[in-house]
Design a protein around this ligand. Structure first.
Ligand code: DAH
Length: 337
């Protein structure tokens, strides 16, 4: 009996030391395995007398049942604990705010081009495009720009090779459109243009929107009407507009269009150079020679054209004083608009 008590105590100590399922497996083998404690105890029965065998056998069996039950209880408890830990580890807090994906924004120049386009589309214009790499013929000659014109100078124009340039304005699209269709024409053409120039108000690449309207009986008053509507849509109904005589080789007569300075309201400031007016586009009645160059009869049709600088309009609209900001691609700047 003494021996049985101390065996039980020994077993209890072992069971109490079990902390996880691996240890349980190991101790279960130590106690109940083929070469484990109980096998050894049962082995001893042979050495006992018949009476002793009965009592000893009974005690061992009771102890074995006890051990098996305890092991089963410990196993259940450890498995519960493990399941609980797994559940806790995979728990998701569905009340947490989601991860916000980084979404891109539209570049301010693209935005202004869309805005300009929408206004002219609402007036019945459609959008035409031309190549950035352009023939000298379309960029200059067909537009009546003489070969000794200063714009042809190597210092202003990027030459790809003899007779091929990066277009210096969007006006060549006028020629391409008129060559490919008969009047009436009512198009605008937004796009990039290039000039060998770089400072606070010039970048080597910038954007223009060209416009052209040709039909029987188009008059200077149509030019004034359409451009005034555009300016009022773009800068507000109350913006004062001024048409000032000017000169372009491809229009006659020509006019530059000014708006009342949006910065100082016309009082005079640094931006409008104290004049109270800001020049925002060039325009005019298409020159008869330009019509002849594309096979239109200037006795039959008349038209007007205009060209505006997108960056300039964007700068005035958003109060930006350095054109280069548009092209540094600093997200802190370009994501503001
Ligand atoms: N192409 C001219 C430039 O880049 C702008 C311009 C002026 C376009 C008058 C026109 C126009 O269509 O009629 O400076």
């Amino acid at each position: 009996m003494m021996e049985i008590d101390s065996i039980r105590e020994n077993i209890d100590n072992k069971l109490a030391s079990i902390k996880n399922l691996d240890e349980l497996t190991r101790i279960k083998a130590e106690l109940l395995g083929r070469k484990g404690l109980f096998s050894q105890l049962i082995e001893k029965i042979k050495q006992l007398s018949k009476d002793e065998k009965r009592i000893y056998g009974q005690n061992i069996n009771t102890l074995k049942d006890y051990t098996e039950n305890r092991l089963k209880a410990i196993k259940d408890k450890l498995e519960d604990k493990q399941r609980e830990m797994e559940e806790r580890a995979s728990w998701i807090d569905i009340t947490m705010p989601g991860k916000v994906p980084l979404v891109g924004k539209i570049h301010p120049i693209t935005k202004v081009i869309s805005e300009i386009t929408e206004i002219f589309v609402s007036l019945g214009f459609s959008v035409a495009e031309g190549p950035d790499i352009e023939l000298d013929y379309y960029n200059f000659e067909a537009l009546n720009i003489p070969s000794d014109h200063p714009a042809r100078d190597l210092q202003d124009t990027f030459y790809i090779k003899e007779g091929v340039v990066l277009r210096t304005h969007t006006s060549p699209v006028e020629i391409r459109v008129m060559e490919s269709q008969l009047p009436p024409v009512r198009i605008i053409s937004p796009g990039a243009v290039y000039r060998c120039d770089s400072d606070i108000s010039h970048t080597p690449m910038f954007h223009q929107v060209e416009g052209l309207m040709v039909d029987k009986g188009i008059r200077f008053s149509d030019l004034k009407g359409i451009l005034t509507i555009f300016i009022h849509e773009m800068f507000g109904e109350d913006t004062a507009v001024r048409f000032r005589p000017s000169y372009f080789p491809f229009t006659e007569p020509s006019a530059e269009v000014d708006i009342c300075c949006v910065i100082c309201g016309g009082k005079g400031c640094r931006v409008c150079k104290e004049t109270g007016w800001l020049e925002i586009l060039g325009s005019g009645m298409t020159h008869p020679q330009v019509f002849r160059n594309v096979g239109y009869d200037p006795e039959e049709v008349t038209g007007f054209a205009f060209g505006l600088g997108v960056e300039r309009i964007a700068m005035l609209k958003y109060g930006i004083d350095d054109i280069r900001q548009f092209y540094y691609n600093d997200l802190r700047f370009i994501s503001q608009f």
